[in-house]
Design a protein. Structure first.
Length: 184
C-alpha cells in the first residue's frame, strides 16, 4: 500500500515535468543580487577568498577548492585582472568557465548567451565594467553550465581587494539573469 501511495504522489511531479515546455524542468533557486569582495591571489592572507563560484553563489578560497569560475589578482604591472581556471592551468570541461564583457547596464542584462566567453586569456578589469559569467559544468547529468553576471564596483589597492555586485543563477542550464526564480 505504501508503494502505491508513493507512486500516486509522484504522478503529478512526473506529469508536470513531462508537460513542461522547458526540458530542464522547473527552477528551484531564486536569483539574488549580492555584493562580493575578493582579495588578490598574490599579496593577501590565505584566509581571504580570491575566487568566485557561480555554483556556490559566493567567494571561495583557492587553497580549499579548484571549483571556481574566476579568480582576482593584481598583475606585476599593477593591472586588476580576472583569471579563468584555464589561465591558471586547471582542467576544465568542454564548456570552460569564462567571462563576456558587455556594455549593457547591470540591471538590463537579462539572458546569458551560449557562446563568446573569454576562457583562456587574462581579463583586465576596471570600475564600472560588466561581465556575463559562464560557470563550470557542475550539472553533470545535463552537461550544462550555470550562469551569472557581475559589475565591478571598486578597488582597494591598499588591501589588494575588488568589490563587485553579482547575480548567480544556480539552476542548471537556466540562462535568465534577472532577480527572482527563473523560467528559462
Amino acid at each position: 500500500m505504501r508503494q502505491l501511495i508513493f507512486l500516486v504522489a509522484l504522478v503529478p511531479v512526473g506529469l508536470a515535468a513531462a508537460c513542461s515546455n522547458n526540458p530542464l524542468g522547473s527552477a528551484v533557486l531564486p536569483n539574488v543580487v549580492d555584493t562580493v569582495v575578493l582579495g588578490a591571489l598574490v599579496g593577501t592572507p590565505i584566509v581571504v577568498p580570491s575566487a568566485f563560484s557561480v555554483n556556490a553563489g559566493q567567494p571561495v578560497r583557492t587553497d580549499q577548492t579548484s571549483q571556481f569560475d574566476f579568480a582576482y589578482n593584481i598583475d606585476p604591472a599593477g593591472r586588476h585582472v580576472f583569471l579563468t581556471p584555464t589561465v591558471l592551468g586547471l582542467p576544465s570541461s568542454s564548456a570552460p568557465p569564462g567571462l563576456l564583457a558587455t556594455t549593457d547596464a547591470f540591471s538590463s542584462i537579462d539572458q546569458a548567451p551560449l557562446n563568446g566567453y573569454v576562457t583562456a586569456d587574462t581579463i583586465p578589469i576596471s570600475v564600472g565594467e560588466r561581465y556575463i559569467i559562464r560557470g563550470q559544468v557542475v550539472c553533470t547529468t545535463l552537461g550544462v553550465p550555470q550562469y551569472g553576471k557581475l559589475q565591478v564596483l571598486s578597488f582597494d589597492d591598499a588591501d589588494r581587494k575588488v568589490t563587485f555586485e553579482v547575480l548567480s543563477n544556480r539552476n542548471c542550464g537556466f540562462r535568465n539573469l534577472q532577480p527572482g526564480t527563473p523560467t528559462d
